[in-house]
Write a protein that binds this ligand. Structure first.
Ligand code: NAP
Ligand code: GDD
Length: 344
């Protein structure tokens, strides 16, 4: 039987790496698009390349979401059955520093893929997944967020992803493309980028414990996030593309914790006893054993506008896709710690 072909934009990112392995284990041929960088940016997928079981079914091409010609040529060349658009300038705070570029890659990049599918007349041949985000809900005041919750994005990143969401809906309705928006809440893993808060906390605390770092500097400790594991979430991306009809789904755990609660959980697992003192920007965590301050807040890590609260109601995915997250936050933290200890 002919192998299915998947084309992944953002293959070098956290989700790209997990999704590649997931699809290869499902016997897909996986083609990934990497952008040119001055030093090698394939660390997260090098193990796939080296693995003899995967090697011949995994191939990378240069391309960029800002470059229509590369997108068009690669879709034409690889003739995929499924396209996953995971490529993005994905850092919310950075999007305030590079708003135009974030919109260009995240918003127009999505349009470029859809337009390539349409202009190649591939709408009946290919299924498309768009990596949407709970950041699109932003400042919406709802206890739970689901597919009907209105968007109120609170960053250039969130706004750019709303464009990507609606252009995906629009191309589905206008041209009958099988296109789905996965509206995913935060998901982490040992290979999470180092400037996202979970990885930063775990890496920082382990370095402090082992004497490589003195302090960890954070921003807002009171924002709440619904954190899951990337391994669980790439499975549901694939599930969305295996349904009879394309649709949009929110994906999350239904549990939410503050950054401070995350720190407390991680510190406990690492073996720190910490005590919080002070308030606002002056809030600090002290290592009870030696009375040293190990965490402080810094203004530079606060955003111009914050998304205070995110909590998912993924009933639709549970019912229609038969999907629920399997990995708890405590187990996710444990896996991230183990990885960090091995790679210190
Ligand atoms: P990530 O680790 O930051 O990966 C982003 C990927 O996009 C990387 O492969 C990156 O390449 C690539 N990329 C950036 N600019 C590009 C461009 N101009 N052209 C082509 N590729 C480009 O993000 P992630 O956590 O895996 O997330 C995957 C997707 O899901 C993103 O779209 C993100 O916005 C979205 N999302 C993530 C979460 C989450 O919590 N992780 C939640 C909801 C939605 P380099 O490796 O070269 O930088
Ligand atoms: N990055 C970071 N660094 N965030 C901090 C820090 C810090 O030092 N201190 C506190 N925070 C707070 C942020 O203000 C935010 O409220 C929360 O920690 C989470 O920040 P990130 O881990 O950077 O993730 P995010 O929620 O902004 O965005 C991630 O999740 C989105 C889904 O909701 C990214 O993966 C996005 O790409 C994704 O769409």
């Amino acid at each position: 039987m002919k192998k299915k072909i998947a084309l992944i934009f953002g293959v070098t990112g956290q989700d790209g790496a997990y999704l590649s392995k997931f699809l290869l284990n499902k016997n897909y041929k996986v083609y990934g698009i990497k952008r040119r960088s001055s030093i090698i940016n394939t660390q997260r997928i090098d193990d796939i390349y080296k693995d003899i079981n995967y090697k011949s079914n995994f191939l990378l091409f240069y391309g960029d979401l800002t470059d229509s010609s590369s997108i068009l040529n690669l879709i034409k060349k690889t003739k995929p059955d499924e396209i996953y658009n995971l490529g993005a300038q994905s850092h919310v705070q950075v999007s305030f520093e590079v708003p135009e570029y974030s919109a260009e890659v995240n918003g127009l990049g999505t349009l470029r893929i859809l337009e390539a599918i349409r202009s190649l007349n591939y709408q009946k041949k290919v299924k498309f997944y768009q990596a949407g985000t709970s950041e699109m809900f932003g400042r919406t005041k709802e206890k739970f967020h689901n597919e009907k919750t209105p968007f109120y994005p609170a960053s250039p990143y969130g706004v750019s992803k709303c464009f990507a969401h609606w252009i995906t809906v629009n191309y589905r309705e206008a041209y009958d493309i099988y296109a789905c928006n996965g509206i995913l809440f935060n998901h982490e893993s040992p290979i999470r980028g180092e400037t996202f808060v979970t990885k930063k906390i775990i890496q920082g605390l382990i370095r402090i414990k082992d004497g490589y770092q003195k302090k960890l500097f954070l921003g807002n400790l009171y924002a709440k996030r619904d954190w899951g594991h990337a391994r669980d979430y790439v499975e549901v991306m694939w599930k969305m593309l295996q349904q009879k009809k394309p649709d949009d789904y929110v994906i999350g755990t239904g549990k939410t914790f503050t950054i401070k609660e995350f720190v407390n959980k991680a510190a406990k697992q690492i073996g720190f006893k910490i005590k919080w003192v002070g308030k606002g920007i002056g809030e600090k965590a002290i290592n009870v054993e030696n009375k040293k301050i190990i965490i402080e807040c810094r203004k530079r890590y606060f955003r111009p506008v914050e998304v205070d609260y995110l909590k998912c109601n993924a009933q639709k995915a549970k019912k229609l896709l038969k999907w629920s997250p399997k990995i708890s936050l405590d187990n996710l933290i444990n896996e991230m710690i183990e990885y960090e200890l091995q790679h210190l």
